[in-house]
Design a protein around this ligand. Structure first.
Ligand SMILES: [Zn+2]
Length: 350
């Protein structure tokens, strides 16, 4: 592709460096116990895991943690979003436990979206029903009715700008549960969670597992279970952050790093515009008029890309164009022979 509109202003933007801010939101609290399957308390388990995730992440010098609650107190859903927005965070993670009248078990991670099936709607409905504890919930949530599936549609559009990165973050967390802890993979899903609606940043909701399942409930209520889950979430957030700065964990030796640097010619850069559990046809009308589209599939996710560039700076010059088209969460990835690779500082200068 030909470089046409390289914008020097981008430079000052890239030089600005501040800490990565994560808002950790322990679900429920105070008069709202959450679900109480097998007499365990969702609000307690969510808080324990949240505080543990926070203490693990605070050891990272370039990550700042903001909590919506650190104690057993009641908070409205809109207050949680307010805290997140005021802190101008890079990621919002809400932590919950599931309940079902079957033996269902397993961890799942949600992003805001239209539910693909009734089960996902039921989970969102349960979590959203906490607004009934709030005064004036009808006016505060603009007539939102947790019991009405159609009510969800109005929520979904608001988080669209961040969906791409929300799904990425969710898949890091979900994959971490599966690869580190061998938890049953209920995969990344979409559903209409009210707490995710008003956050202006990538946002995910984790259901750690089912308190109603005898074995899983006991595990999540145990110190070991809570430590395991916290470790997996913290690790995933660190890896998600690294993936954004083009600095994914590198398991390769120095030797292979050298090869990487000498082989820059075969590297291509693409702009990731969205990610989805759905397979979407690569037609420009599906992608706000963009052409030059490609798609990959891994870890149950389709990723959609714009363009193919020989240098990082070329890709960067098109990034603002793609963002203006409406893909505000778009970002650059690098590939060699179709395999995603790290973007290092040398590549950024090319
Ligand atoms: Zn909950």
């Amino acid at each position: 592709m030909i470089l046409t509109n390289f914008n020097k202003k981008n430079k000052t933007y890239a030089q600005k460096k501040s800490n990565f801010k994560v808002v950790l939101d322990a679900g429920h609290g105070g008069k709202d116990p959450g679900n109480t399957g097998n007499n365990y308390f969702e609000k307690k388990i969510a808080l324990n895991v949240t505080l543990k995730v926070g203490s693990l992440l605070s050891k990272e010098k370039d990550i700042d943690i903001i909590y919506t609650r650190k104690k057993d107190v009641y908070l409205t859903l809109s207050k949680r979003a307010d805290i997140a927005n005021k802190s101008k965070a890079n990621l919002f993670v809400s932590i919950h436990c599931n309940a079902h009248n079957s033996d269902a078990f397993g961890a799942e991670t949600f992003v805001l979206g239209l539910h693909a099936n009734n089960r996902n709607f039921e989970i969102a409905k349960k979590e959203n029903s906490v607004i009934f504890l709030e005064d004036n919930y009808e006016s505060k949530y603009e007539g939102f009715d947790p019991n009405n599936p159609e009510s969800i549609i109005s929520l979904v559009l608001m988080q669209e700008d961040y969906l791409n990165q929300s799904i990425e973050a969710a898949s890091f967390i979900q994959n971490s549960f599966v690869s580190n802890l061998k938890r049953k993979n209920r995969t990344v899903k979409q559903a209409g969670f009210l707490v995710l609606r008003n956050t202006y940043m990538p946002s995910v909701l984790v259901e750690l597992g089912f308190l109603t399942n005898k074995k899983e409930g006991a595990y999540l209520n145990s110190k070991k279970g809570q430590n395991d889950m916290s470790n997996a979430i913290a690790k995933a957030i660190i890896n998600y952050k690294k993936s954004l700065s083009g600095n994914l964990i590198n398991n390769s030796s120095n030797e292979s790093n050298k090869i990487e640097l000498n082989n820059n010619l075969s590297i291509v850069y693409k702009i990731q515009i969205s990610a989805s559990t759905r397979k979407i046809e690569l037609k420009s009308y599906n992608f706000k008029g963009l052409n030059n589209l490609t798609r990959t599939y891994s870890n149950s996710l389709y990723r959609y890309y714009y363009g193919e560039f020989n240098t990082y700076s070329q890709a960067k010059s098109y990034l603002s164009f793609v963002k203006k088209k409406g893909y505000k969460g778009a970002y650059i990835k690098a590939f060699r022979n179709g395999i995603e690779i790290n973007i290092n500082s040398k590549m950024k200068k090319d």
